[in-house]
Design a protein around this ligand. Structure first.
Ligand code: PRX
Length: 660
């Protein structure tokens, strides 16, 4: 067991929200939370009707849920247009002139888009997409950095019923190509480049390489963010590529203009987006989220978990390419009419005080970030923080990976000035919205525990043998029944969806996480128990890394495992055997690193590549990852080695010192 997990098990500190926070909170007592929660289970239709009354239902729903488990639909007969709930509904209110997005580029420039301005951008882009022939249900890929237009792109798709597939800008051309082809996207929205740590990420050039092999892709729309041929040269290919601004300024057909202005309503179950994430096979899966259920979940959680007030300037530091960016930069907060801060670049560009300078400069009130970032801030030193006035902050959030109690305490003390509650939010790409957390004005929080279930959610735990766990007994985390914002399927592979999530424990959703639930019903998530790693909050399937590595001509076999890492939570260690005639050594190590950069993206680079003559296998030929994890962590193996084919393999691996 790692030190982090041991300390998590012993943790017993508790923090209540301050009286002043509580006084203004939307849900301000344990009893108020319990009443809402119980109502969400006993009378779900009434609960959701009230909780989502701000959303615009063009055709109000009468059926809350049809079917069960992985075959459920929600708000089944309702119709809505998601972008109308996020934008149009605010235009008739004082929110029309309120900032929807306050954006700061890495070089330091600031742009503010009011709800009216964001609406105008979205309508123009939606009309342009319509004129390019995009129809409801068509897929549109988005490969962009952190610019307001990325949010506009998503909302424009939603407006016309197109299904967006945002691909994180850190993915390589090959990964982008695979995602475009899997979803069958016919349009790609991208930008010339994005600023990152003073350099330019050449997104358009990378997209060009990807789309060479995307037969269904007909159009590429390119925003000029860098807008400098010297710093970021781009080529626009005649007939396929469009300059974003030129396209939006071009004359529009009457039909497209009027449909973009007064958009169609879609069924609540109409797909809103596909988002790819790693699973336990080499092929990433495209989780499909719907319009009504997803928006309801994102809206209600954004409202209650972040306790949003009209005066808040809320900052979620995630990238739009991940689910957190979807739910808590775009759909959740905008459907609540919040002002969202958005930042383009790296947290230490040009120096480690960048975040704190921006919080002071803009008066940010809510900060939602990841444990890896928090641990990096701790490492960089308090001096970068304390020179800034962070008194505008009133609430902090954490997401993406378990937060170790010491990082939690630092976050509370140094960033939150001991006054801001922390919401540790547990959820997944598949869940669409936060499922476990502590409502900040209602209940105590415990460092390291995500907390209590959100509305309509019943978490439970089972042992390896499928028996219910006792209080505090560790087990597999399940969700007992379907909920509105859950993904409905995997794009093109519904069987895989049912197999992965719903079949092992019939009727229950399998999260893939290990956890314990304590005597107060608080959930403590330990981490993944399937073949998925969580490296710096990025989800990476071991099989995806392995299949990339065996695609290299020098590699015979590969096994990827996680090793505890103080900064990133887990580090990626790969064991590789080479084909005969190939030389293992520094050159091959560099080549394999480059190969991963190319096949997946730099964020998936292994932290260590270890060459071996053989990998430990069972007699039936299965790689024994448990042993490799021990070797990677430098631990003596505690596990059973009786099925290991050849013990000398393990001895050789332990002796291997060729790691970098
Ligand atoms: O292992 C859990 C971890 O992140 C996984 C989901 O990853 P992804 O789909 O990329 O979504 C990340 C953002 C929601 C989970 O299975 N995880 C997420 N949040 C937490 C967490 N682990 C512990 N505590 C959390 N708050």
């Amino acid at each position: 067991m790692t030190d982090a997990i041991v300390s998590l098990l012993r943790e017993d500190r508790q923090f209540l929200p301050s009286d002043s926070f509580r006084a203004a909170a939307l849900v301000n007592s344990k009893e108020a939370y319990a009443t809402l929660y119980e109502r969400s289970l006993a009378e779900p239709a009434n609960f959701w009707r009230e909780a989502t009354d701000a959303l615009v239902w063009r055709q109000p729903w009468t059926v809350f849920q049809e079917g069960t488990g992985g075959s459920s639909t929600f708000f089944t007969d309702g119709k809505l247009n998601v972008s109308e709930s996020c934008l149009d509904r605010h235009l008739k209110t004082p929110n029309a002139h309120k900032a929807a997005i306050v954006w700061e580029g890495e070089p330091g420039e600031v742009r503010v888009l009011t709800y009216r301005e964001l609406h105008r951008e979205v309508v123009r882009l939606a009309a342009a997409l319509l004129d390019l022939g995009v129809k409801p249900g068509d897929r549109v890929a988005v490969y962009m950095g952190m610019v307001p237009e990325a949010a506009a792109a998503m909302l424009a798709c939603a407006r016309i019923g197109a299904v967006h597939s945002v691909v994180f800008g850190g993915f390589s051309s090959e990964a982008l190509r695979d995602r475009i082809n899997d979803s069958g996207a016919k349009v790609l929205l991208t930008q010339d480049g994005a600023w990152r740590r003073g350099g330019v990420v050449p997104l358009k050039a990378m997209a060009d390489k990807a789309v060479e092999n995307c037969p269904n892709l007909a159009h590429v729309i390119c925003l000029r963010r860098i807008d400098s041929p010297a710093k970021c040269p781009i080529v626009l290919r005649e007939g396929r590529d469009h300059d974003w601004a030129t396209l939006l300024a071009a004359p529009r057909s009457v039909e497209a203009s009027s449909l973009a202005k007064t958009p169609e309503a879609f069924s609540a179950e109409h797909p809103l987006f596909v988002l790819y994430t790693s699973g336990s096979t080499g092929k990433p899966k495209g989780l499909v989220h719907t319009s009504g259920g997803y928006l309801a979940g994102a809206h209600v959680t954004a409202k209650f978990v972040f306790d949003l007030k009209p005066t808040d300037l809320y900052w979620c530091t995630a990238d739009v390419g991940w689910v957190t960016g979807h739910s808590y930069i775009v759909y959740g907060p905008l459907s609540c009419g919040a002002s969202c801060f958005m930042y383009e670049g790296a947290p230490n560009a040009p120096d480690p005080s960048r975040f704190w300078r921006m919080i002071e400069r803009h008066g940010i009130t809510i900060l939602y970030t990841a444990p890896t970032a928090i641990r990096a801030f701790i490492r960089w030193g308090d001096e970068h923080v304390v020179k800034h006035d962070l008194s505008s902050l009133r609430l902090l959030g954490s997401v993406g990976e378990p937060i170790n109690p010491e990082a939690w305490m630092w976050y509370r003390r140094v960033i939150g000035g001991d006054r801001c509650p922390i919401v540790d939010t547990w959820w997944q790409t598949e869940t669409g919205s936060i499922l476990v957390t502590t409502l900040p004005g209602a209940v105590m929080s415990k460092p390291g525990s995500a907390g209590l279930p959100m509305f309509g959610i019943v978490p439970s735990l089972v042992t390896e043998a499928g028996e219910p766990c006792a209080a505090n007994e560790g087990g597999k985390l399940l969700i007992d029944a379907a909920w509105p914002s859950m993904a409905r399927t995997i794009w093109g592979d519904h069987e895989r969806y049912l197999d992965t999530y719903w079949r092992a424990v019939p009727g229950k959703y399998i999260t893939g996480d290990g956890a314990r639930i304590d005597q107060d019903n608080y959930t403590w998530v330990i981490g993944r128990i399937d073949d998925v790693l969580n490296i710096a909050g990025h989800r990476i399937g071991t099989a995806e890394i392995e299949s990339a590595l065996v695609g290299h001509p020098a590699v015979a076999e590969a096994a990827a495992v996680g090793r505890p890492d103080e900064l990133k939570g887990q580090a990626l260690v790969v064991f590789v055997t080479v084909k005969s005639g190939q030389t293992a050594g520094p050159e091959l190590r560099a080549a394999l690193t480059e190969h991963i950069d190319k096949e997946i993206g730099k964020f998936a680079r292994p932290d260590a590549i270890r060459f071996a003559d053989a990998l430990p296998k069972t007699r039936s030929g299965k790689i024994m990852r448990r042993l490799l994890r021990d070797v990677a962590a430098g631990n003596e193996s505690k596990g059973d080695t009786s099925t290991l084919e050849d013990l000398s393999v393990l001895a050789a691996l332990r002796g291997g010192k060729d790691e970098e």
